[in-house]
Design a protein around this ligand. Sequence first.
Ligand code: SF4
Length: 364
Amino acid sequence: MKHRAEYRDADRARRLAAEIARIVRRPWAIMEVCGGQTHALVRNGIDQMLPPEVEMIHGPGCPVCVTPVEVLDRAIAIARRPGVILCSFGDMLRVPGSRGDLFAAKGDGADVRVVYSPLDALAVAARHPDREVVFLAIGFETTAPASAMAAKLARDRGVGNFSLLVAHVLVPPAIEAIMRSPGNRVQAFLAAGHVCTVMGTGQYPPLAARHRVPIVVTGFEPLDLLDGILRTVVQLEAGRHEVENAYSRAVTDSGNETAQALLAEVFETVDRPWRGIGTIPASGWRLAAAYRDLDAELRFDVAGVTAAESPVCRSGDVLKGALKPDRCPAFGKECTPRTPLGATMVSGEGACAAYWYAGRRPRS
Ligand code: SF4
């Protein structure tokens, strides 16, 4: 708690906000990439402490939110097969597919279990050798190493009844896609510290140089975020576009090289569709050829399952930073955490849920 309190000091937060207001001269739009950053910003009212010149745009870095609807439909189709145990992080159970969610499938009798790690799912497989156990592997570079470890251990231990439905996604291609998208307004990024803890900061200098955008790596506490915003505004006002590490207590330039080697062994990059955004080139991982026999999509032949997004939900615009959640016509009306129409209202990291739980109400 001591170290947490250190990064939540209200006086220091006010001083950082005042310094941002003192130095800013022009309007700037800064995207915080990660859903964890979004929740911290909104929960602590940091976006409302900033001067009007600084607009925070909420990015696509919520792993549950960007998992495509067809992945949910494939998971539900697998879960409904006799003899299958489908293991998933808890957030995924209430994310709507095109026809219901995993929670409803569980209610109908499917064996859907919440786990905290893919290694827990592997343990379930070891305990039930007569059942097929599938782990729904979603998330960014942060959760992928544990999926890779589960795949490697399954191979090493000969656990033949374990497989993974892989939908992992990567941050740098998403930043590239945002900068290339027509009408993009983002002028700088707060990169997510936990992703860089794994991958290091080495992927960002080419992005910063190519698009002339400052990229500042931050943590998730209020002072981490305000420090990152201050550093970003300093760069923007000075016309600089560099990568800065404002989270050096956890992030190094090279990251976790052991995890990176494991990821390179188990996965290969692939074009991946992002929910509400579309396909981003080389933005995801799938199992590499040597691990392809653990691919649940092939084992259960569900690759052909496709699905359309809800016509009402505008989470794609929210995830691209083109729409604030409280401007969505359904926000707080048809769509609340009890009746979510899109993943951004379900997930603990979703921008729509962040606004709702912070007490923000419809503006349209
Ligand atoms: S408020 Fe609901 S319907 Fe609107 S974008 Fe968010 S999740 Fe979708």
